[in-house]
Design a protein around this ligand. Sequence first.
Ligand SMILES: [Zn+2]
Length: 133
Amino acid sequence: MLQVTELILTKASKGSLPNLIAFVDMCFNGALFVRSIKLIRVEGREILAFPTRERKRPCSRCSRMVSVKHLYCYKCGEVLPKVEESANRDIYIDMVHPTDSQVRLRLLTMVLKALHGDVVYDGGFKVNVRRDS
Ligand SMILES: [Zn+2]
């Protein structure tokens, strides 16, 4: 079982994005670190946003890989077809993410306990929590 062994919580500073509560780094099984998970508040509830990167596509003229958000190739100036922004999944690719909602909820519950200063357990084992500010 994937178990959280360490959790590092860094509260967002004033002036950062308004819905950003904290950055979270998690170590799993003492062997795999995932950094830059964001605890954010959306429509009144907290969620964990896992690391993503922008999707890229090749320029039709010069083959340079360009973000799907860009309307022009920054190397040759070619006009690129617009990608609909109807869903973030068209623009961003998850680098790491829970495979199901139970895992997502379990991780969120641990992060919220850490945020409130509570002792955090995962699978009966105490998680090493560090709170940076
Ligand atoms: Zn180009």
